[in-house]
Ligand binder design. Structure first.
Ligand code: AOF
Ligand code: ZN
Length: 347
């Protein structure tokens, strides 16, 4: 299918709009929609909030020229839905408004939709074109696609290392490594994922809050591994301020804000954790350490993205950081004196 420069411009705009739902639309996908008439935008919208109207509905409602909807060309980043979920099918709305053409980046992998939205449109005589900025659309909704296609959350690993490649001092002694700007970025990253995981040693030594303070957005579901229930109940993770899940081999009844999930010692730990998260409809998890958790996930290939913050500080010894080399290095940028490296396992 040959798309014009105008088509590209409109779909980039729709992707930009979709991105505005980051942190709010989840676990729904990020979707943006631009409606054009004779080469002019007459309506725009995006999926702002989980449970709220879909992108197409907001775009249709935004127009002050509803008489031009009939015959319009609609750019939407994801196939319009065909099912009755929290809202009625968007495909029906576009048919009712008699739009002439619908262009999408990606098909919706949700089995409730999966091509049926486009089929409905075609059956109604609407011209449908797919695959415009397909890779950009998949990247934008990488959490949603991973969850739908692999039935597990999208896993983002994050760590800060010194210029000489250490994560912590000798005997896992925690030391401040990254700078002020990186700290803000990490809070943004926390707001973008649905859950955040740490291992026992990190929880014990750092006593983290694992919430979002330096960036607008929701705090993620807190997850901690505590096989033998050795963490002190006075630690911040158990303050009830945010839903928290403890993965353990021991039985323990839930208490306010804290859920204990018993796992089998006979099976591998991380596949069980990811399965349990998928059952809770958690589409993404940010892993903030420590070294044992990070290296297990790297070794098992159970990760999608790694964000490495390298600070100028040198330690001269301690716990070595995982080494990813250059394979999969996707992006690199500076944050103050720190250098950030973004790795993708599959892209
Ligand atoms: C669209 N446009 O903007 C979005 C879509 O429970 P509901 O009704 O909100 O439906 C959620 C499902 O709808 C979601 O899993 C995905 O398949 C699709 N999302 N579809 O046409 C949108 N957000
Ligand atoms: Zn919809």
């Amino acid at each position: 299918m040959a798309f014009s420069d105008f088509d590209h411009l409109m779909m980039h705009r729709a992707l930009d709009l979709a991105r505005l739902g980051t942190g709010y639309a989840r676990p729904n996908p990020l979707v943006g929609c631009v409606i054009t008439h004779e080469g002019r935008i007459i309506g725009e919208g995006w999926h702002r909030q989980y449970g709220g109207p879909h992108a197409e509905v907001n775009a249709v409602q935004s127009t002050t020229e509803s008489q031009l909807l009939a015959g319009s060309r609609v750019y939407v980043t994801l196939e319009p839905c065909s099912h009755f979920g929290k809202t009625p099918p968007c495909a029906d709305l576009l048919i009712e408004k008699q739009v002439a053409e619908v262009v999408v980046c990606n098909l919706d992998p949700n089995p409730l939709v999966a091509g049926q939205g486009l089929q409905k449109l075609r059956d109604a005589g609407i011209r449908v074109e797919t695959g415009l900025l397909e890779a950009e659309g998949r990247w934008l909704n990488r959490r949603f696609f991973t969850f739908q296609e692999q039935e597990r959350p999208y896993v983002v690993l994050k760590w800060a290392e010194t210029a000489d490649g250490y994560l912590a001092g000798p005997y896992f002694q925690p030391v401040p490594i990254s700078g002020e700007l990186s700290r803000v970025a990490v809070h943004q990253w926390r707001a973008e994922e649905q859950a955040i995981l740490v291992g026992t040693r990190t929880a014990l030594h750092d006593n983290p809050h694992l919430n979002v303070r330096e960036w607008p957005g929701q705090s993620p579901l807190r997850l901690v591994i505590d096989k033998n229930l050795s963490l002190p109940p006075t630690h911040h993770l158990f303050d009830g301020s945010q839903p928290t899940v403890v993965y353990t081999y021991r039985e323990r009844a839930a208490r306010e804000g804290v859920d204990f999930v018993m796992l089998s010692e006979a099976e591998d730990l991380f596949p069980q954790i990811l399965q349990s998260l998928a059952r809770r409809n958690v589409q993404s998890v940010l892993v903030e350490g420590g070294p044992t958790v990070l290296s297990s996930l790297l070794k098992d290939g159970l990760w999608d993205e790694a964000r490495v913050i390298r600070a100028p500080k040198r330690l001269g010894g301690g716990v070595p950081a995982p080494h990813l080399g250059l394979a999969g290095l996707h992006e690199q940028f500076s944050l103050g004196e720190d250098e950030v490296f973004i790795y993708h396992r599959n892209y």
